[in-house]
Design a protein around this ligand. Structure first.
Ligand code: ADP
Length: 393
């Protein structure tokens, strides 16, 4: 059951409880004043009671823990049996307790005090730290705060297994691929005439595989990265590197311009930022036909922070693809990606790197006209440029 269904159910339960109470009182009043309607009211209240029992049974059977809190998000007004299993609350002793004090290991006080507490998706359960919990604070439509807790241990274990599997396979593939690549390079020099056309094809495919393995390893490394040390990254130097790489990749097929207007450096990891930016640039080169224009721009934002933008006037992307572009292996056109040597992981890597830098990616594109990929960095990730390198015009 998802969060909104739980909210709806709890709400219904509250409304029915109120209705039942109201009808019961009304029925009792009417018994004295109008005896003829009493059986009707009794029947109605019995029906409501039955529904209330069903709802109560459904809430009791939920695997998610629900704790209804008071207006100040301090006291636990009610909780279901799952809250006893997942949080160790006891009924009726803990009804009315101060939740943050009752569950100190979850450090709830500061979190509950936030205007909109963010979802916490990997917390140790108070009873058993190996059990992992997801916590969310919801509000019913009547404004009642409600803590929702899910056991996500299995999900996180599966996620770990997936990560380990991909990292191990990619790692194991790397050495045999390097060996194959080396032999193919040797073959290229003295291949018999009938192999002249085949060897470059084999080299191209093995290069693609190597790129795929490298991208998968980059993603695995980013997946395990907890927090990034904030090291100053000299943007003037990095941008010059990126420009040279773009020109080499383009081989003169497109015109490439760099505008460095930042006057800023970034705080983060140079290797990862280089990887994110070069993915955007190599996409612009690969998805822009000959004679096209590519602009790389690094600039300070008026509201603080900085933006790194890559604009091209290439093939562009239809609107329906935009929301899915940063998914792993999502490609607009399989054949074009294959043609241009893509792995389908470039934008996933870029998004990941940016989120580790508290930054985000914005994409604008029009089919047949071109695209702009914009990396937006917050002010906290920027600092005035230290070196005296002159920005390019
Ligand atoms: P790929 O290796 O396939 O390029 P990416 O993750 O880098 O993988 O990009 C995902 C898809 O987004 C690409 O397959 C391509 O269809 C589309 N795309 C990315 N950048 C551009 C661009 N500048 N112009 C047009 N399409 C692009």
């Amino acid at each position: 059951m998802n969060f909104s269904a739980v909210v709806a159910l709890s709400l219904l339960w509250l409304i029915l409880a109120g209705l039942w109470l109201w009808l019961a009182l009304r029925g009792r009043k009417k018994t004295t004043s109008a005896p003829s309607t009493a059986p009707q009211a009794r029947r109605r209240s019995r029906a409501l009671l039955r529904q209330l029992r069903h709802l109560r049974a459904a809430l009791d059977a939920l695997p998610e823990a629900i704790v209804l809190l008071d207006e100040n998000r301090r006291h636990a007004l009610w909780f279901n049996p799952a809250a006893q299993r997942l949080l160790g609350l006891a009924s009726p002793e803990d009804i009315g307790c101060v939740l943050a004090e009752r569950l100190p290991t979850l450090a709830l006080a500061d979190w509950l005090a936030l205007p909109a507490p963010p979802v916490r998706d990997n917390e140790a359960a108070p009873q058993d730290p190996s059990q992992r919990l997801k916590l969310a604070l919801l509000r019913t439509s009547q404004g009642q705060p409600m803590l929702l807790v899910q056991d996500v241990s299995r999900l996180l274990r599966l996620e770990d297994m997936r990560r380990d599997f991909v990292a191990t396979v990619s790692h194991e593939l790397r050495t045999p691929l390097t060996v194959l690549h080396g032999y193919l390079d040797m073959l290229e020099e003295d291949a018999p005439p009938e192999w002249q056309a085949i060897v470059p094809q084999m080299q191209k495919q093995s290069q693609r595989m190597k790129q795929l393995v490298d991208d998968l390893l980059t993603l695995s490394r980013l997946d395990t990265g907890q927090s990034l040390p904030a090291q100053p990254v000299a943007m003037a130097t990095l941008l010059q590197h990126l420009l040279r790489e773009a020109e080499a990749l383009s081989g003169g097929r497109q015109r490439i311009r760099l505008q460095d207007q930042g006057g800023l450096d970034l705080l983060g990891l140079e290797k990862e930022l280089h990887s994110a930016f070069s993915n955007l640039i190599s996409n612009a080169v690969r998805y822009t036909p000959e004679g096209g224009q590519i602009d790389i721009r690094f600039a300070a934002l008026p509201q603080g922070g900085a933006t790194f933008c890559v604009t091209d006037n290439g093939y562009g992307i239809a609107a329906q693809h935009l929301p899915r572009l940063t998914e792993r292996f999502y490609r607009v056109s399989q054949s074009r990606t294959r043609e241009t040597g893509g792995t389908g992981l470039g934008l996933a890597i870029c998004k990941h790197v940016l989120s580790l830098h508290d930054a985000h990616l914005e994409i604008e594109s029009t089919l047949g006209q071109g695209s702009t990929f914009r990396c937006i960095f917050p002010a906290a990730r920027c600092l005035p440029r230290a070196d005296a390198t002159q920005p390019l015009p």
